[in-house]
Design a protein around this ligand. Structure first.
Ligand code: PBG
Length: 329
């Protein structure tokens, strides 16, 4: 009688780097990355974001240089977030659709100087809102349809500035359909929309609100429009709705605590799916790296690969240039 042996020896295929490479199921490449950048006024100005070590607000000339760097690293897209002068913030958020606002000027400068990178812009009113909310506030309520009208004007101004990808992150109902109709109506048939479809009311956005200068202005929380972290089926309804209204791509946000949502979205819809590894995730990892509690390169790359394994086609991450450099080595 044969001695007892394990029927399946899975360790056999893990024995050497070659065998491990043969059975590796997912890969991370620079073309999976979208790099979010914070824009500020001025020239040759860089200003660190305290809660995001290594991240800076950059003036437009330096944003153009960053876009060039991203293109040379094989990163297909950057995403712009403006740090707006508090004096320009109003209740009606008019600066949001000013054709010459900071974000639109930056988009034009990048499209002129770096033709081979896609520019994504954020469609939400928070950088321009005296209340810090993503929608217009009336008697303490974030009013949906009036906000959508403002967001549509904002989206058209961004498309006119040359944005390749519009990223509505506002979570108002009906905004994707309204934007798509307006884009078609104005001849912007090639402008793509990456809907922040499953965006949760998360504590992980804290450092971002510092970076864009919105934390001071924000009154209350965003729970009447962003999703309850307890929900998962609702994410599928939102994705279905936004695809039906004309979104080309969908996003799940935040990232790492919501990988189950990424997997459900990908399995259910089989559409281009992205996750945003948000500011709080970046801050958390960076703090551990700085303290020597986690190994920087290994953990950063593991955190990004996990999104691919969960079904994502790409990741918005502040680690984008560093990760791309490592992948290109
Ligand atoms: C605003 C917006 C937020 C983020 C992207 N767009 C913040 C929020 O909803 O309060 C967060 C990104 C990050 O935390 O890195 N509409």
């Amino acid at each position: 009688m044969a001695p007892h042996f394990p029927a399946t020896r899975l360790r056999r295929m893990r024995r050497t780097p070659q065998l491990r490479a043969l059975m590796r199921e997912t890969q991370l490449t620079p073309s999976d990355l979208i790099w979010p950048l914070f824009v500020r006024e001025g020239k040759a100005e860089r200003e660190p974001v305290a809660s995001m070590p290594g991240v800076e607000r950059l003036s437009i000339d330096l944003i153009v240089a960053a876009a060039k760097e991203a293109a040379s690293l094989g990163i297909p897209a950057i995403c712009l977030f403006p740090y707006t002068d508090p004096a320009l913030k109003t209740e009606r958020c008019e600066e949001a659709w000013n054709p010459d606002n900071l974000s639109n000027r930056a988009t034009r400068a990048i499209k002129d100087a770096v033709p081979d990178i896609a520019v994504m812009t954020d469609v939400a009113l928070d950088p321009y809102n005296a209340n810090g909310h993503d929608g217009i506030v009336r008697n303490g309520e974030i009013v949906n349809d009036e906000s959508v009208e403002a967001l549509v004007k904002m989206a058209l101004a961004q498309a006119a500035a040359g944005a390749d990808i519009l990223g509505p992150s506002d979570m108002m109902d009906g905004r994707i359909g309204a934007m798509r109709a307006a884009l078609e109506g104005d001849g912007f048939t090639n402008t793509t929309i990456m809907s922040y479809a499953a965006k949760y009311a998360s504590g992980f956005y804290g450092p971002f609100r510092d970076a864009v200068g919105a934390s001071g202005a924000l009154k209350g929380d965003k729970k009447t429009y962003q999703m309850d972290p307890a929900n998962s089926d609702e994410a599928l309804r939102l994705v279905a709705r936004d695809l039906g209204e004309g979104a080309d791509m969908v996003m799940v946000k935040p990232g790492m605590p919501y990988l189950d949502i990424c997997r459900r979205v990908k399995d259910t819809f089989a559409v281009p799916t992205y996750a945003y590894q948000v500011s709080g995730e970046y801050a958390m990892l960076s703090a551990a790296f700085q303290n020597g509690w986690l190994a920087r390169e290994a953990v950063m790359m593991e955190s990004l690969l996990a999104f691919k394994r969960a079904g994502c086609d790409g990741i918005l991450t502040y680690f984008a240039p560093e990760a791309a450099r490592i992948l290109n080595e």
